[in-house]
Design a protein around this ligand. Sequence first.
Ligand code: ADP
Ligand code: MG
Length: 609
Amino acid sequence: MSQRIAILPENLTNKIAAGEVVERPSSVIKELIENSLDAGATDISVEITAGGRRLIRVTDNGHGMSREDALLSLERHATSKIRNDSDLESILTLGFRGEALPSIASVSRFCLSTREARSLEGTEIVVEGGRVRDVKSCGMAQGTVIAVEQIFFNTPARLKFMKSSETEAGHVGDVMARLAVSRPDASFSCISDGREILRVQRSDLQRRLSQVVGKDTTSNLHRVDSGGGYVSVSGFVSGPSLVRSGPQAMFTYVNGRFVRDKVVQHAIMQAYRGVIDRGRYPVVALFIQLPAGEVDVNVHPTKHEVRFRHQSTVHDGIQAAVEGVLRFSPWLSGKPVATTSLPVPPPAQAYRERIAAAAQASLALPRREQHYPQPPVQARAEDKGTIPVSEALLPAAAVAEPQVPFQAEQRAPAAGYFSSLMVIGQFHGEYILCQSGPDLVIIDQHAASERVAFQRLKQQCREGSVESQRLLFPETVELSFSEVAVAGRFRDNLAGIGFELEHFGGNTLMIAAVPRISSEKDAIGLVREILADLAGLGTSAAFQETLDELLSRIACHSVVRGVHALENLQIRELLRSMDETEFAASCPHGRPVSHVVRLDELEKIFKRT
Ligand code: ADP
Ligand code: MG
């Protein structure tokens, strides 16, 4: 009988473990920085070339290692952080598995230099594909420097999965942002191909967030601090005027460790229900503290997922902490809180009354002076709560009313179904009521305008390129690093749909032009959404496939949302546009545009038949 089973050589098991821990350059950096923080470092600098594919170097001022420890640290399951079973129940460090260093060293050309304060000299260890090649003394400052070159050089399958340098550098930036937010008391820097993409000095959390997430956060963050109980939650959450189209600015940490956890995210989103629109995500930096034994971080080697012993208690604790802040924040007043479990504050009541009055007034079309008196710009600012300072300071040209597609030009009537309707008036500033023979036709003006804008954009795309509008005053926007990378990668494609975007250094982008049809005023919001959509994609080939989605985003930004009085002429123009475009019965998001109520249905209601 031959022997079928064999124990794998350690070099191979390390490579297998590397498959789990080391996915790409950014995961190496995460592991190395966590080690630096565990070693008490307060100053961590990272250098990468070619997105980390060619070189990753992490330098820290932590406590360093003795020669013996440095050699041991490269052995599998060698760790200074836990000793026995019970330690696993109460992990206070970021690392504990003793897997990162041997894994990384097994799939790269690796060099570890380290010096403890009490040693006169440091130790340098060179490892190649998991084999130690050289151990010698070296002169260096206290701390540790780890250089990882040619990652995956000996695992060709992995090598193929790496993306472009820009994409990998984007991931590195994102990982560093998460770590930098988690530890405002440490300074971080990152240089990518000789260019500095991040540098933050020791400071407090609020300043750190504005440096990492964007300056727009400064005046829009509210402190959360609910301590004491089983779950303690602290940090900052944004008001409704500071939202993103994806969860990329939701920094959540459990016992100091960044997590991307469904329970945590759900709890936060529950708290925001009715405060922000669906499909929007707040900016948050929340630190959730639990007794160490109440959370299992040993679920996955990358430690992004956790398991809570009392899941619903944690969920409700987080939700209550965030709700507690949202409910009492001054910006909530004046905001139309629609479907929310929160009590409606009195100012919202006043707003409702205004809507009702406006709706009544606008029913009596077409007399102009009876329309909803609120100019649209103000109405939108109100939708978002108080007007942010940055918007209030914008020059008049930039806050001009967004272009409503059907207002654009007066055209000869097109003989079509919608143009033939008899307009009765506008209902609630949101619907157009028309008559067509025995039918009552109700049109959702927002959905219809969006559909028209979408069709026009598609037409322009087919004809070559989308009409672009240069901003009078170019705007700058701060993004996640992967979004900046995406902007670079899709630069030409984006130019084709009307965007002119310039990299401004770091994670800042300058918006020089946007599609003409969209609202100039919300150029930043639009660009954010478009880039977040694209960041969710993998390869450049996918741009065409996602084109419709992007155009519908632009269309969405071209129309006035919510209550908006229309003059009779504007209504006629909208109806005409609806006939002129290759019209479908739903808005680009699939919501219906119009609805018919037949006369006999009405008669049934009124018991006439
Ligand atoms: P873990 O972090 O899970 O313990 P690693 O493989 O990441 O496992 O690291 C192994 C050990 O090497 C750590 O427990 C620590 O003692 C030591 N070490 C790693 N990086 C550093 C560093 N930057 N400074 C000091 N010690 C370090
Ligand atoms: Mg570690």
